[in-house]
Unconditional design. Sequence first.
Length: 214
Amino acid sequence: MSTGTEVPAIGLTHMGSEDTGLGNRGPQSKSIVVPYGFWLFVLSDMVLFSALFASYASLVHATDGGPVTSQLFNRTTVLVETMALLFSSFVCGLAMIAAKRKNLWWTEAWLVVTALLGLVFLFIEVREFVGMIHIGAGPQRSAFLSAFFTLVGCHGVHVTAGLMWIGTMMAQLWAKGFQPHIGRRLLCLSIFWHALDIIWVAIFTIVYLIGTLP
């Protein structure tokens, strides 16, 4: 027998919709979920580099009688390398602006410039590695050099992966245009490339700048 008041069914929200634990909004769109998930990946990568920085800091003086930082690094060369990567990040931002405006030609053009500057960065880094190995300062020479090659080399591998990603995105843009999933991938690429710049600034400061102080 009814008492005149009805108790709402447990587990149901107003309007009779099923309670999913997300309120009335429902799941977020992919434009929010995908970048958020990629940020988690980037943060996990930062943890990796933090461990490499810690290893380098603890081994920087373990030279075993071999060459030290002030004898190996050229600030001018590293400055050119750094400017190339920083400017590539700026150009990558221009590519994202062009992509937001759905301008295919300028998006592709700025991505090409980004890749070229990344290649300049890699060329200088590889030349530095080859020169060090040529004078007997390879990663097997001392714990310091092992830590150096691991830290800087790991960043170089990330830049190489970023360049391959840029090439892939250029091909997808040319073939498919500005579809929503292409835009999300471009956004993730931009986050990744900017993160590489942040990591490199830390490497430049700790390894090359502070490391070569008298």
